[in-house]
Design a protein. Structure first.
Lengths: 183, 279
């Protein structure tokens, strides 16, 4: 990966640059986080062209609503991730997308998305990284649905036919494992 | 710190980071994070893990997308520019309050100029109007003078015709009065209608010195040896009438004219007799 040539700024520098509407900051932000944000968008909207449009929308919204970001409330990435996820979910629920998507409802679409994603997330075609982190499948499934696929934890519970408490526990366990792994 | 520990273990912080909470729940988490530093650091740890996880699961978009986004941002900046200018102008608005009044000042000046012009125009019109009125008065006077002249000439013409008629009519006696010793050059023609007793003076043939304002000439008729008053008249170089009607009389033996005080006297002043005739 060509990651070494990228401009890498600290989160503090990025926030400062964004708030000053410095385009160098958005450039650095793009280089550091476009892949991660694209990751969530394309898992909800698995059509590359549309996903890239949505990624563009995401960066424009980040740029235009910087003043709403409060660093004391959380990390910049968490905020950006929520923007990207909301944009993708809005698109997924929008009429034009659903009409184009063969009138499928969100419920019976899940399997299709999963299948499609399997195809799209071919490492050779999209440059997706190898799954370094191996989670237990039942933890991974819930976290994937909520973090990457735009499900609410309530929807995930209904979809998987498991109690809401179990969904919460599995999410917590999955994240605990991730923390262990990254530390 | 049992409360904080239980809160952390409830799994709500994970849902918070995953954007799964509604606004009141989020505020609750933020309030707890403010209260308990270990909750804040727990949130930070979860965020960091999720960030790393997302980076690990990254899907790289096409490289050209970066330029597209930058172009859009720059285009947006151009559109935004007026807004920025506006923002710069706003604080200045306190000072140039007169700026907003400037159009009004212009309007006021224009109004005053218009008013001045109107007054001038009104004044000019007024003076022209009074000029015209003056001219009208003069013309009316002229017209009256002219009418008077016409009237005079009409009367004169009538009188002349009458004189002409008198000279050819035998019932009219044409009596010429000649000057006495005190005014040898004086003369006057009197027409007397014997039947109608009508007496007229012919101003046109009158030759008498002009009388002053205190005196008037008085015409007398001598009837049966006694003088009878026939009225007073003025000797005017520009008489108003050619023929002057006097009092009627009959059986006249002679006519005489004396100069008397204005208004006439009951009896003639013999030494002031200027004209005398005989029939």
């Amino acid at each position: 990966m060509a990651a070494t040539t990228k401009i890498s700024l600290t989160e503090e520098q990025l926030v400062k640059g964004l708030k000053a509407q410095d385009t160098a900051a958005i450039q650095a932000l793009y280089e550091q986080y476009s892949g991660a944000l694209m990751g969530v968008i394309i898992r909800i909207i698995p059509i590359e062209e549309i996903a890239e449009d949505l990624l563009q929308d995401t960066f424009l919204r980040i740029w235009n609503s910087t003043r709403h970001y409060d660093p004391s409330k959380g990390r910049l990435f968490t905020w950006m991730m929520n923007i990207a996820r909301n944009i993708a979910i809005d698109k997924y629920r929008s009429k034009d997308f659903r009409n184009g998507g063969k009138n499928q409802t969100i419920e019976n679409n899940v399997d299709l998305i999963n299948e499609t994603n399997e195809v799209i997330f071919n490492a050779d075609t999209l440059g997706i990284k190898d799954m370094v982190t191996k989670l237990k499948p039942e933890f991974n499934q819930v976290l994937e649905m909520v973090y990457f696929k735009g499900y609410t934890h309530v929807e995930a519970a209904e979809e998987l036919s498991i109690p809401l408490g179990t969904v919460k526990t599995r999410i917590r366990m999955a994240i605990m494992e991730l923390r262990k792994h990254f530390n | 710190m049992e409360e904080a520990k239980a809160y952390i273990e409830s799994g709500i912080l994970e849902l918070y980071v995953l954007g799964q909470l509604d606004a009141p729940e989020q505020q609750e988490v933020e309030r707890m994070a403010d209260l308990f530093p270990e909750i804040r650091s727990e949130i930070a740890a979860i965020e960091l893990a999720m960030e790393k996880y997302a980076l690990e699961k990254a899907v790289q978009p096409k490289p050209q997308l970066m330029n597209k986004i930058l172009q859009q941002i720059n285009a947006q900046e151009i559109i935004k520019e007026p807004e920025i200018q506006e923002a710069i102008i706003t604080p200045l608005n306190t000072a140039p309050a007169p700026k907003s009044l400037r159009p009004l000042q212009f309007a006021l000046a224009a109004c005053l100029a218009l008013l001045a012009m109107s007054i001038f125009a009104l004044y000019t019109t007024h003076s022209r109007l009074s000029d015209a009125n003056q001219q009208l008065i003069v013309m009316r006077q002229d017209r009256e003078k002219f009418a008077a002249t016409v009237n005079f000439m009409k009367n004169e013409n009538k009188d002349l015709q009458q004189i002409n008629q008198i000279t050819t009519d035998p019932t009219w006696a044409k009596v010429k009065l000649a000057g006495t010793q005190i005014s040898p050059k004086a003369s006057l023609m009197v027409y007397w209608h014997k039947e109608g007793k009508h007496v007229m003076l012919d101003n046109a043939s009158m030759a008498l010195p002009e009388n002053d304002k205190e005196h008037q000439y008085q015409l007398w008729a001598i009837v049966q040896g006694k003088p009878v008053d026939l009225g007073v008249f003025d000797a005017d170089s520009r008489p108003k009438k050619l023929l002057l009607d006097m009092k009627a009389v009959s059986n006249v033996q002679a006519f005489a004219v004396t100069l008397e005080k204005r208004g006439g006297s009951p009896g003639p002043t013999m030494e002031k007799m200027v004209l005398i005739s005989s029939i």
